[in-house]
Design a binder for this molecule. Structure first.
Ligand code: NAD
Length: 438
């Protein structure tokens, strides 16, 4: 392909040189004449392991060159990638001036171009920016139509400075946010040589992925460091400890617990978190991340409470009560906390949980309900149909407790508040549907 890349910074130079190596013709564009000159001389304007040699070889081969002329770059390419900087301002918002300037330059060049052109945004942008800001600007300035005259997509990159050449050839995946099959086709040609799965997603999802990844990486570093300082205070060497923790690829380093849903609870997590925070405080170790996890969890329960109260309805059914599906353990169940809050607000609540059935419960669990939660025990219904018939609002704490077809039938006339992500067919059937975090 003939590719123009706007912004010859770390991302632009590395991607440009790697695409050239994969056989594409690449024209780098920058407003900085010094960077353009260096590239024209076969030298990299950025410092990165292996990049000088690669840029030198690609410029010598004629497959990589550079210009300050935006118009020429659009005319002489089939696809334009945008990788100018989007620096953060003091208040956390992004400075979009460079990206908007480039978009206007590309759009005015497009106005003069006959034939279709693809534009791929690679700069990091908050979700919604491409559709709300970039697309209208491209159409306004070019006078052309998206989907017929040009194709816009968002392609986040996951290069790390210091190992970006390696990362380019060995990414976890390639992600393309696009609406049209044409845009996806361009990406499949661009990335033909890169051996990684190619995912086509909504543009906003592709934009958001960068933030999810970077925030998660930050979270991991902060977590490891807080564990480190607490363990240091307790005389435990954090390195063999974390190396062992990382060997658990079933629960620790895995997709487990990374599915947005309701709050955590049970007899272990909250108790163990409190204990670790207690010893941290006792030893004057500051651990704000671990110290705020229970607060974050509580905020999530309050979110669910608000969702129910906002319906203005008083007759509510709660599906699920134990702290997770398949158990009758109610200790520190966030659904019990939610139920108590709803009762406190005067909601007429009925609860259905096939695993927490008073007539079937025996021993410690029965005693626990009778002694600790008598107000909850009396609201438990044994019959799902009775519980549904009573309700104007159903709160799904555990989607497994009701067959999707039955829930969809009920939901046609009621409000469904989903804390567990019911199947798509159920959500679509509902007269009113609210997901707690989707
Ligand atoms: P950078 O600041 O190194 O380079 C940006 C380049 O764009 C500069 O050379 C600048 O002169 C040029 N530029 C500005 N306005 C221009 C215009 N109108 N026309 C042509 N060129 C113009 O930026 P970077 O580090 O390569 O990052 C680019 C984007 O990628 C950012 O949104 C960043 O958040 C994201 N990103 C960077 C990295 C990284 O490792 N550096 C990793 C992931 C994502």
């Amino acid at each position: 392909m003939r590719i123009s890349i706007f912004g010859m910074g770390y991302v632009g130079v590395v991607t440009g040189a790697c695409f050239a190596k994969n056989g594409h013709d690449v024209l780098g564009v920058d407003i900085d004449p010094h960077k353009v000159r260096r590239l024209q001389q076969g030298k990299s304007p950025v410092l990165e392991e292996g990049i000088d040699e690669l840029v030198g070889a690609m410029v010598a081969s004629g497959r990589l060159t550079a210009t300050e002329d935006h118009g020429r770059a659009v005319q002489e390419s089939d696809v334009s990638l945008v990788s100018v900087g989007t620096p953060g301002l003091a208040n956390g918002s992004l400075d979009l001036r460079a990206v908007l300037a480039v978009v206007r330059q590309i759009a005015s060049a497009l106005a003069q171009k006959s034939g279709a052109h693809s534009i791929v945004i690679r700069s990091t942008l908050l979700p919604g920016t491409t559709a709300r800001l970039i697309l209208p600007e491209l159409e306004k300035v070019s006078g052309k139509r998206h989907g017929t005259d040009f194709f816009l997509s968002y392609n986040p990159e996951f290069l790390r400075e210091g190992s970006s050449l390696k990362d380019f050839y060995d990414p976890p995946f390639t992600v393309l946010g696009a609406q049209s099959p044409e845009a996806f086709k361009v990406a499949s040609v661009l990335y033909k040589e890169v051996r990684a799965p190619l995912h086509q997603v909504a543009i906003e999802t592709a934009e958001a992925l960068k933030y999810v990844s970077n925030c998660f990486h930050g979270l991991k570093v902060a977590f490891a460091n807080e564990i480190g300082v607490i363990m240091q205070a307790l005389g435990v060497d954090s390195h063999p400890l974390m190396a062992l923790a990382c060997q658990d690829t079933k629960l620790n380093i895995s997709a487990a617990y990374l599915r947005p849903g309701f709050a955590f609870g049970g007899s272990c997590l909250p108790k163990d978190l409190r204990a670790l925070n207690y010893v941290a405080k006792e030893r004057d170790v500051e651990a704000p991340l671990l110290g705020n996890l229970l607060r974050s969890n509580q905020a999530h329960v309050e979110r669910a409470l608000r969702l129910v109260l906002e319906t203005g309805q008083r007759d509510v059914a709660l599906l699920g009560l134990s702290f997770k599906a398949g158990t009758d353990d109610l200790r520190e169940s966030p659904l019990v906390i939610l139920a108590e809050a709803l009762i406190g607000k005067g909601i007429r609540l009925k609860i259905y949980d096939p695993h927490v059935n008073m007539s079937a419960l025996t021993g410690a669990n029965r005693r626990y309900i009778e002694q600790e939660l008598p107000h909850i025990g009396s609201l438990l219904g044994n019959d799902l149909e009775d519980v549904l018939a009573h309700a104007k609002v159903v709160v799904v704490g555990c989607a497994k407790h009701c067959a999707p077809e039955r829930l969809a039938r009920w939901a046609r006339t009621g409000t469904l508040i989903d804390l567990d992500r019911v199947p798509e067919s159920v959500a679509r059937a509902a007269a009113t549907y609210r997901g707690i975090s989707w």
